[in-house]
Design a protein around this ligand. Structure first.
Ligand SMILES: [Zn+2]
Length: 102
């Protein structure tokens, strides 16, 4: 294992609500791994869906970008199986995990 494998993913926007848009093509594959990354980074074991108006248990790690932003980074948030498929913009509760493409 290298340092890159063991380093905790970076988190952001704790305690904030941010406007995100799901990356639909990415959300189907690898969602379980992404949810694990989010749990590891935040220390939260049983998250609820982070969509502001949803309180179902999160089963997926959704991948999203910020809406109306020049920031092109991708982020992970915990989502239920319904919200991970939403195509509209969503208000999502932080913390988010930053996806670092190296
Ligand atoms: Zn949901």
């Amino acid at each position: 294992m290298t340092d890159k494998d063991t380093a905790l993913p970076e988190t952001t926007d704790e305690g904030r609500i941010v406007l995100l848009k799901n990356i639909m093509s990415a959300s189907v594959e690898g969602y379980a791994t992404r949810l694990d990354d989010w749990k590891r980074a935040t220390g939260i074991d049983h998250p609820e869906c982070a969509h502001e108006i949803c309180d179902r248990p999160a089963t997926h790690g959704a991948m999203a970008i910020r809406a109306f932003s020049a920031d092109r980074k991708r982020y992970i948030y915990p989502a239920c199986e319904t919200c991970v498929r939403r195509t509209e913009m969503l208000y999502v509760k932080g913390p988010l995990v930053v996806i670092n493409d190296k």
